[in-house]
Design a protein around this ligand. Structure first.
Ligand SMILES: Cc1cc2nc3c(=O)[nH]c(=O)nc-3n(C[C@H](O)[C@H](O)[C@H](O)COP(=O)(O)OP(=O)(O)OC[C@H]3O[C@@H](n4cnc5c(N)ncnc54)[C@H](O)[C@@H]3O)c2cc1C
Length: 507
């Protein structure tokens, strides 16, 4: 027999950063909120996990949004949200967003110091120095516009009117820019093929798409704010961010339920009423927020086939193959940067495994590893289809993982000679791991826009089902911790206004 539980204001399915942000802001505003998370801990792709004395970042290690007001306007969302919740997250400035190691011996750190970064780029491409200035200036303009506007919902007419009347010219400029692509903008100013490849990897490193497919507005946040708000690493690892959001939720009386998997969103007459859990219990709410991907929400949790989302509607980003390594500290030389991206050949940078991502967060926070050790997190993208036929736990699956890991480690030795000999702990994750741990359809990094699609064609927070909302990386603006934080803010803002208690502007 199905037992039923009491009703609440808002149910959030999933404790990724998008879901937790929405939950924390709504709870702080006085809406009774419950978060259901299938895992034992919060954070999804931004969680930490422990193994043999090491504390690994499950996914994200490069963080925006912790700048101070004076330097990064409204983009410093973490700073503002934690201030509102009255919880502290200590961070360490991370001086280099990414150190790129590219074909033809081209190596450049994208450092906090904008002048130094643009200077190094112009030194490599002196014939393009004017084009470089103009292109990156366009990104700064987007950053400047966004920094001066309060975060809110693009679906909320009251918010849009208020922003538009306070900043008419900037709003118009932003609207025009939202139709532009980063790569096409670069091509207005730059001709050099190698430099255009560099612009592509600048996009691909966080958007997993080339520059032409990447909206200028997204690039304006990621590639400009690194020089203003900067990159900062949370003390204690990535899991410090969800932990602080959870603390905020509980501080204001909200509830978090772990090992609590939602199996169905209850829809009645086109309206979401609540959720059914894996144990059969039902919970009811005025609003349901899904932090799952658009495919998991509409093709799995909503059972009514009229709401199905066609696979072809968006590009499905690939998944990941990750190596979580504990290594002897001596392998990392003094002055080594924390984050690196390696490309061996421009022909294959966007193919499965073509680009290597590398982070060693213990360079900033040594407490994440035992004394004398470092964490090395290396990952490449991976196709679900290449792994789906393996049976988990089988020797064939283990052998395939070891083979890919050995090849990635060997290629990484280009920047860290001796890495293979320095490994003392190795944890490997495939697209199957992603699908299983994060409940993400085919382990995907999420939906991507097709070339030519506008950023506003991505799902937003409202859905075709009344009182069912969405937050997380399936929604505008997209992937990345600061992006899903924005989606959580806009989702909470929309719901709060709809239910008559609008959120205050984040100060
Ligand atoms: C390898 C990797 C590296 C990355 N590096 C960076 C980086 O350096 N910087 C950066 O900014 N971003 C990075 N990202 C991206 C960033 O981590 C994600 O975009 C972001 O964390 C996604 O947040 P989300 O809110 O969409 O939720 P998710 O992280 O997808 O979490 C969703 C949560 O919901 C739970 N859930 C799902 N379905 C259910 C259900 N039915 N019932 C209960 N619970 C459910 C899941 O268990 C999960 O905990 C990286 C991602 C990966 C995978």
């Amino acid at each position: 027999m199905v037992s039923t539980k009491e009703s609440t204001d808002v149910i959030v399915i999933g404790s990724g950063i998008g879901g937790l942000t929405a939950a924390a802001l709504l709870q702080e505003r006085g809406f009774a909120t419950v978060v259901f998370e299938k895992n034992r801990y919060p954070g999804g792709s931004c969680s930490s996990f422990q193994r043999d004395g090491y504390k690994f970042d499950a996914g994200a290690s490069v963080f925006y949004g912790f700048g101070e007001n004076g330097t990064s306007g409204t983009l410093n969302l973490h700073t503002r949200i934690f201030r509102k919740l009255g919880v502290d997250v200590h961070t360490i400035p991370d001086p280099v967003q990414i150190h790129y190691h590219l074909p033809n011996g081209f190596s450049i750190p994208a450092c906090y110091d904008r002048h130094a970064f643009l200077g190094a780029l112009a030194a490599r491409f002196p014939h393009e120095s004017e084009g470089i200035k103009k292109f990156y200036h366009e990104l700064d303009e987007v950053n400047d516009i966004l920094s001066s506007m309060p975060a809110g919902s693009l679906e909320d007419l009251t918010h849009l009117l208020s922003v538009g009347s306070a900043n008419p010219l900037k709003t118009l400029a932003l609207a025009m820019k939202s139709f532009r692509s980063m790569g096409k903008t670069a091509r207005r100013y730059i001709n050099d093929e190698e430099l255009l490849h560099f612009i592509d990897i600048e996009a691909y490193s966080w958007a997993v798409q080339d520059a032409v497919s990447t909206p200028l507005v997204n690039a304006g946040i990621c590639l400009a704010d690194r020089h203003f708000g900067g990159i900062n690493y949370p003390v204690g690892g990535s899991g410090a961010i969800p932990a602080a959001l959870c603390k905020g939720i509980e501080k204001f009386g909200g509830r978090l339920c772990y090992q609590a998997e939602v199996t169905e969103i209850l829809v009645d007459n086109g309206e979401a009423r609540g959720v059914r859990m894996a144990d059969g219990t039902e919970h009811y709410a005025r609003a349901v927020i899904s932090n799952a991907t658009v495919w998991d929400t509409f093709n799995r949790l909503v059972t009514d086939s009229r709401y199905r989302v066609d696979e072809q509607r968006f590009l499905r980003a690939p998944s990941w193959f990750q190596l979580f390594l504990g290594v002897n500290a001596a392998v990392i030389p003094p002055g080594f940067d924390v984050h690196h991206v390696l490309v061996d050949d421009w022909k294959s940078y966007n193919q499965p495994g073509g680009t290597i991502y590398f982070s060693a967060p213990t360079i900033l926070d040594p407490s994440l590893a035992p004394p004398g050790k470092h964490i090395v997190h290396v990952f490449v993208n991976g196709d679900f289809e290449q792994w789906e036929h393996f049976e988990r736990g089988s020797s064939a699956y283990r052998a395939a993982k070891e083979e890919v890991a050995a090849a990635v480690i060997s290629r990484t030795e280009r920047i860290l000679p001796g890495l293979s000999q320095a490994v003392e702990l190795k944890v490997l994750a495939t697209p199957l791991t992603h699908e299983r741990y994060l409940n993400r359809y085919k382990g995907s990094y999420g939906p991507l826009l097709k070339p030519g699609q506008n950023i506003l064609q991505k799902p937003q927070n409202t859905t075709p089902i009344k009182n069912l909302f969405a937050a997380g990386d399936s929604t505008v603006p997209g992937q990345g911790v600061i992006a899903v934080t924005y989606s959580g803010v806009s989702c909470a803002s929309y719901i709060a206004r709809k239910f008559g208690k609008p959120l205050d502007e984040l100060q």
